[in-house]
Design a protein around this ligand. Structure first.
Ligand SMILES: [Zn+2]
Length: 440
């Protein structure tokens, strides 16, 4: 064999070997990818839609307000984050509304669950509890025509915004962080009359428990582009008070808007109302109701303060991970009842139903409660949760009213009187929520 032929053969052998090695590595890479996708990657999509009423509407949250809304202070939105892993979904919907009263939770959920073929546990339909927004109604007899039309248009918009989020899903990484914020204040203030009688009024109680945790979840695509900064904070969105007629997301809505302004328009910042039945914003509007500059200071001040902390926590979240596992569960609890307007329980009342939804995305837990629980209940669930961080989300999938811990029933006060739940209800809820979290 000539030397040139020998070189050619050797070259051929070398080329074949290189080709073989390349094929081998490509095959192992494919195998690794297949193994990875059999575990399923975590995917997510987000979307946001404007839900500001176009016409004047009846407003929700204060009995004394009779007229229709007059103009807008800041816009209302619905924000959606959809997570998906191996066909299992978690659809988180945050709306700048008071809540889903008068059967509207069931009505809207039914439509959404059917449209997107979801399990009842895969949908968290939630509201930030702003008292400066429209009331929802499907009651054709008693509902105002503008509110009926608004609720109908909301239904269409929710479907549209969820579809958009589902359609733009891509692989994501997530992580959470916590901070603290003084915006919320315990409102159960003790007053002693000159006759020595004690009563609990809606005021400010600096000694009362207040969950000040700001829990933030960062969601980013695999290339690092952030798509969502979700946050959970326990306060009523009631800075504007009962004499306000302008539409606003109030403190939580303004915090969302602030975060989105700072982080840019590609990021949505859905808020979730934590356990805040007895928590009000630290300031409400001044008696003079000063809105000459075109904005009202109190909700802007407190919304900005909360938004600042969300951004601060968000920027501190450095490493993201693929928390791929999604699991969800739903139950309709049957809790012991008491007559509304009274403090004591009575025998033989039928139980009061309460929607309870739990979910996990990797190491993060979610508890959605279909009523307005007092802050102690949310803190108890968080403390006993087996997850690294737990979103406690109220006004979720239902609107059953106030639910207070047992020991506060002797004190009385607004939340106790107006609650449909008997004293033992809170313990049953906490135990059930924690058990369901453990079972996920
Ligand atoms: Zn409330």
């Amino acid at each position: 064999m000539k030397i040139t032929s020998l070189i050619r053969v050797r070259r051929n052998v070398a080329v074949t070997m290189v080709a073989f090695i390349c094929v081998f590595f490509a095959a192992s890479l494919l195998q690794a990818q297949q193994a990875e996708s059999s575990k399923g990657e975590l995917r997510a999509g987000v979307a946001k839609v404007d839900i500001t009423p176009k016409k004047p509407v009846r407003m929700a949250g204060y009995g004394g307000r009779k007229g229709l809304s007059q103009g807008m202070h800041d816009p209302l939105s619905a924000r959606v984050v959809v997570f998906e892993n191996k066909g299992k979904k978690l659809v988180l919907v945050s709306t700048d509304l008071i809540g889903f009263y008068g059967g509207t939770a069931e009505h809207l959920r039914k439509v959404i669950l059917e449209k997107f073929e979801l399990e009842p546990s895969e949908l968290f339909l939630t509201a930030i509890h702003t008292h400066a927004g429209p009331s929802l109604t499907i009651d054709k007899e008693k509902g105002h025509p503008n509110n009926l039309a608004y609720t109908d248009s909301l239904k269409a918009k929710l479907i549209e915004v969820i579809r958009e989020a589902v359609n733009n899903m891509s692989p994501v990484q997530v992580s959470t962080g916590v901070g603290h914020c003084p915006v919320g204040a315990n409102r159960r203030e003790l007053r002693i009359t000159t006759e020595g009688e004690s009563s609990i009024i809606l005021g400010r109680n600096p000694y009362g428990p207040t969950d000040k945790e700001v829990l933030v979840m960062k969601v980013a695509k695999s290339n690092g582009d952030v798509i969502a900064a979700m946050f959970d904070y326990a306060t009523h969105a009631t800075c504007l008070g009962g004499r306000n007629y302008t539409i606003s997301g109030d403190v939580l809505g303004l915090a969302e808007q602030f975060v989105e302004k700072i982080l840019g328009e590609d990021v949505i910042a859905p808020a979730f109302a934590g356990a805040s039945g007895n928590i009000d914003p630290h300031f409400r509007v001044l008696p003079a109701f000063n809105n000459e500059p075109g904005w009202i200071p109190e909700p802007v001040l407190l919304g900005t303060l909360l938004g600042e902390e969300v951004v601060h926590v968000f920027r501190d979240i450095k490493s993201l991970r693929t928390g791929r596992e999604i699991n969800t569960a739903f139950t309709m609890l049957e809790l012991p009842s008491k007559p509304k307007g009274e403090s004591a329980a009575k025998q033989d009342l039928p139980p009061t139903p309460l929607a309870l939804t739990v979910a996990r995305v990797g190491k993060v837990g979610f508890v959605g409660i279909g009523c307005e629980v007092l802050t102690e209940i949310g803190m108890a669930i968080k403390a006993a949760s087996p997850f690294e961080h737990t979103f406690v989300i109220t006004h979720c999938n239902g609107a059953a009213g106030y639910l207070a811990p047992e020991h506060l029933h002797v004190e009385g006060g607004y939340e106790i009187r107006s609650s449909p739940f008997a004293p033992p209800a809170a313990d049953i809820l906490v135990k059930q929520a924690v058990k369901m979290l453990h079972d996920l």
